[in-house]
Design a protein around this ligand. Structure first.
Ligand code: 3AM
Length: 167
């Protein structure tokens, strides 16, 4: 039997946006703010699934494949919170409900869309004024596996779920 995998659904960020975020981070935070998340790993988590067996992964993947949602536009414009996007909130809520029904523990905390920039922060640092506005179309969501080896976290896209084309 295969080992359970640590899985989560997320939105991939365009690589141009990942680069802009990394540049912004480098100029607005002290170098020792924490462990910076690598540019390639910057993403927006929709639903964390935890350690999932192959059988449960198949069930979750099939449920996710049945979701029907038009694409939407996401605007990142704040270092604290993001402009609300109805499509984003709806998608996260559907994935979280499916995950809960499939037995994946879901935190009762409300969904606060965010992109983690640092891990293991040693202390609170002042949040810089945003001064950016990055807008991009979101045409799919992704099932990722999170793995840790040789001191590095890796996110591997296992399945991609394209949204319905906007009419
Ligand atoms: O990058 P963010 O923070 O959005 O925080 C973890 C990360 O999301 C989250 O899953 C994403 C991929 O690792 N995560 C990890 N453990 C978690 C847990 N026990 C968790 N989310 C909720 N509960």
């Amino acid at each position: 039997m295969s080992e359970p995998k640590r899985l989560f659904f997320a939105l991939e960020l365009p690589s141009a946006v990942q680069k802009q975020i990394v540049q912004w981070r480098a100029t607005h935070f002290p170098e020792d703010a924490g462990r910076p998340v690598a540019a390639d790993n910057l993403h927006l988590t929709l639903a964390f699934l935890g350690e999932v067996s192959a059988e449960k992964q198949r069930a979750l993947a099939a449920l996710a494949g049945r979701l029907r949602q038009p694409g939407f536009t996401l605007t990142l414009d704040d270092a604290g919170q993001w402009l609300r996007s109805r499509g984003l909130l709806q998608l996260a809520s559907m994935l979280r409900a499916q995950a809960a029904r499939s037995g994946c523990y879901q935190s009762p905390q409300p969904f606060h869309p965010h992109i983690t920039l640092w891990r293991d922060a040693r202390q609170a640092v002042p949040i810089p004024a945003p001064g950016f506005r990055w807008t991009f179309p979101v045409n799919e969501f992704v099932l990722y596996e999170s793995s840790f080896s040789r001191g590095r976290t890796r996110y591997t896209a296992l399945e991609r779920y394209p949204f319905d084309k906007e009419s």
